[in-house]
Write a protein that binds this ligand. Structure first.
Ligand code: GDP
Length: 364
C-alpha cells in the first residue's frame, strides 16, 4: 500500500518527500527537477509505541511504516502526453491514495508555472489532467461494453449505464469518487477499472513559516473549495519542516516547533493521515526482545493479522491472546493484565482492533 504525492511543479513536493523520508531526492527551483518517481518508506509516528517501550524495556522498537511516492512532472496537458505526462499518470495509477500538495505560500523567488499563486486553480489543473485520463479509461471500456449491450445483454446494459454516468461526471469536471453511484455498482463496475480520481485524497496546504499553526487565506479558500469532497485538509510549512529535520538534536527540533506554535511536526500528522487514508491500522507485539507495530488493513481478522508477521502464522493459526492497548497501559505489564483477567483469547473470526497487543498461537 502506498500513497503518492502529486501537485504542480514547484509547490514543494520533493521538499516534502525529502523531509518525510530523508531520502536525497533532488529539490531545485525549476520544474521537472524530479523526473523519476521516488519511493520512500516512512515511519508512522505513534506515541503508543513509546508508552509500550517504557513499560516493556525491549531490546528494540520497530514502528509501522508507510510507502510514499513522489510523483513529479504533472503539468497541464499531462493526460495528452505533455512533459512526460503519461508516464507520471501511470505512476499515480499504481498508488492507493493521493496526497495533493497545493502551494499556499507567496515567494517571488519561486517560479510558479502559471505565473501566480492560486491553489484552487492549481487543484483544478491537476484534477482535470487526472479526470481526462480517467475519461480515456471510461471511453475505451464503453466502446467494448456498448457492443455487448446492443445484443441485449442485461449485465452489459447495466454497466453501460454506470459508465455513461461516469463519463458525464468526468466531462463536467467531477472526480470519479464524487459521482453518485450505488455501492453495488461501484464494487462491480467502477473498482475494477482502478480510476485515478477514485483514489482517496488528502489535501496538503504548503504554507510559510508564520502560518504553520494558523493557516492563511489561501488555506481557507482550499477548505471551502473541497468542503463537499469530505477530504482531509492538512496545513504544513514544508520548507520550514525540511529545515527542522536538518537540526541535530531532538531538543533543538522541539524548540523550533514550539516557536512555530506546534507540538509535533506537521509531517507527523501528514503521515498518520496517509495511513488512515490507506485504510490501515496498527496492532502491537510486545516482548522483551522487541516491541513492534504491525500494519493491517482495517477489518483484518486475527489470522490475517498473524499472516503479516509470517504466512505460517496465518496457515497454522490456532488462537490469539489479546490485550487492549488501554488495559496494557493501565495495568502496566502482561502479567498484571492477566491477573486482572483482562487478557482475552480470540479465535479465527476475531476482527483485530487498532492498538490490540497480541500473541499468536499456531501449529507449524
Ligand atoms: P516540486 O517541484 O513540487 O517538487 O517543488 P520543490 O520541493 O522542488 O520546491 C520548489 C522550490 O520551492 C524549492 O526551492 C523549495 O525550497 C521551495 N519551497 C518548498 N516549500 C516551500 C515553502 O513552504 N515556502 C517557501 N517560501 N518555499 C518553499
Amino acid at each position: 500500500m502506498k500513497a503518492g504525492i502529486v501537485g504542480l511543479p514547484n509547490v514543494g513536493k520533493s521538499t516534502l518527500f525529502n523531509c518525510l523520508s530523508n531520502a536525497k531526492a533532488q529539490s531545485a527551483n525549476f520544474p521537472f527537477c524530479t523526473i523519476e518517481p521516488n519511493i520512500g518508506v516512512v515511519n508512522v509516528p505513534d506515541s503508543r509505541l513509546q508508552k509500550l517501550e517504557a513499560l516493556v524495556d525491549p531490546e528494540r522498537v520497530l514502528p509501522a511504516t508507510v510507502e510514499i511516492v513522489d510523483i513529479a512532472g504533472l503539468v497541464k496537458g499531462a493526460s495528452k502526453g505533455e512533459g512526460l505526462g503519461n508516464q507520471f499518470l501511470g505512476n499515480i495509477r499504481e498508488t492507493d491514495a493521493i496526497l495533493h500538495v497545493l502551494r499556499c505560500f507567496d515567494d517571488d523567488n519561486i517560479v510558479h508555472v502559471d505565473g501566480s499563486v492560486d491553489p484552487i486553480r492549481d487543484k483544478e489543473t491537476i484534477d482535470m489532467e487526472l479526470q481526462l485520463k480517467d475519461l480515456d479509461t471510461v471511453e475505451k471500456k464503453l466502446d467494448k461494453v456498448k457492443r455487448a449491450a446492443k445484443t441485449g445483454n442485461k449485465e452489459a446494459q447495466k454497466e453501460e449505464a454506470v459508465l455513461l454516468k461516469l463519463k458525464e461526471g468526468l466531462e463536467a469536471g467531477t472526480s470519479v469518487r464524487a459521482v453518485t453511484i450505488s455501492e453495488d455498482d461501484r464494487e462491480e463496475f467502477v473498482k475494477p477499472l482502478q480510476f485515478i480520481t477514485d483514489k482517496p485524497v488528502m489535501y496538503v496546504c504548503n504554507v510559510d513559516e508564520g502560518a504553520a499553526a494558523t493557516g492563511n487565506a489561501y488555506v481557507e479558500k482550499v477548505k471551502a473549495a473541497v468542503a463537499q469532497e469530505n477530504a482531509e485538509v492538512i496545513v504544513l510549512a514544508v520548507g520550514t519542516e525540511a529545515d527542522i529535520t536538518e537540526l541535530d538534536t531532538y531538543e533543538e527540533r522541539q524548540m523550533f516547533l514550539e516557536d512555530l506554535g506546534l507540538d509535533e511536526p506537521g509531517s507527523a500528522k501528514l503521515i498518520r493521515g496517509a495511513y488512515r487514508l490507506l485504510n490501515l491500522e496498527t496492532y502491537f507485539t510486545a516482548g522483551v526482545k522487541e516491541v513492534r507495530a504491525w500494519t493491517i488493513p482495517v477489518g483484518a481478522t486475527a489470522p490475517q493479522a498473524a499472516g503479516v508477521i509470517h504466512t505460517d502464522f496465518e496457515k497454522g493459526f490456532i488462537r490469539a491472546e489479546v490485550i487492549a492497548y488501554n488495559d496494557y497501559v493501565q495495568f502496566g505489564s502482561e502479567a498484571k493484565v492477566k491477573e486482572a483477567g483482562k487478557m482475552r483469547v480470540e479465535g479465527k473470526e476475531y476482527i483485530v482492533k487498532d492498538g490490540d497487543v497480541m500473541h499468536f498461537r499456531f501449529n507449524v
